[in-house]
Design a protein around this ligand. Structure first.
Ligand code: BG6
Ligand code: MG
Length: 210
């Protein structure tokens, strides 16, 4: 029986993809590196540094660690500025209702996000207090597809792994959920994952699964 649902944040609760893309594009253009929407898809669910390493695959020179740190910082400063435009109306359709209905049913809800900006985003969306636990990029060493962030969320909730469901838009997130021994529910891009237990066209269908 499912006792808790762990939500990915970027791409499930709010669409920050375009803001990440804009910020990375700024860096890629500055460095003269080819970067497009197709490469951007590969950044879904992976940490900031892993994302930078994917972008640098197309660079003509090698970057050392301090150069990489500085590029990642510039990208994040730019991204954090873009995040300031977020408000509750940016939540994806029906998400807020689903969160409230899960709580009414007595199901615990948590965040399991690779982002180190997760708490800032939740604050702009004004939904921080809905969640019993928040596990994010600041809690973990290894980002998805490693299971760490979901294991951390379950530990913070005090719910056994097998009683948790994860909802994800990234194929690496589905892989992480399965490694954690959890039920893996896919939306958007993650529906192409072969490992997903459920694939939803509408997030409201979550309420008939858990
Ligand atoms: C994930 C996003 O939620 O967070 C990735 O899907 C992003 O695209 C990752 O790279 C890390 O985000 P941040 O905010 O810590 O740079
Ligand atoms: Mg996501």
């Amino acid at each position: 029986m499912i006792k808790a649902v762990i939500f990915d944040l970027d791409g499930v609760i709010v669409s920050t993809d375009q803001l990440h893309y804009e910020a990375w594009k700024h860096i890629a253009d500055q460095e003269g590196i080819h970067f497009d929407e197709k490469i951007n898809h590969r950044l879904r669910g992976v940490s900031r540094m892993d994302s930078l390493n994917i972008i640098l695959e197309n660079a003509n020179k090698k970057y050392n660690d301090s150069e990489k740190k500085s590029l990642a910082k510039t990208k994040n400063d730019y991204y954090v500025e873009l995040l300031k435009q977020l408000s509750p109306k940016d939540m994806l359709p029906h998400v807020y209702d689903v969160l409230l209905k899960l709580k009414e049913k007595g199901i615990k809800i948590a965040i399991g996000s690779s982002s180190r900006n997760a708490k800032t985003i939740l604050k702009y969306l004004n939904i921080t207090n809905l969640f019993e636990a928040i596990a994010d990029g600041t809690d973990i060493e290894n980002s998805k597809p490693a299971p760490d962030v979901f294991l951390k969320a379950a530990a913070k909730l005090g719910v056994p792994y097998a009683s948790c469901a994860v909802i994800e838009d990234a194929t690496v997130g589905i892989e992480a959920a399965k490694k954690a021994g959890m039920l893996a529910i896919a939306v958007f891009d993650a529906k192409k994952s072969k490992q997903a237990d459920y694939k939803l066209d509408d997030i409201r269908d979550l309420l008939s699964i858990v």
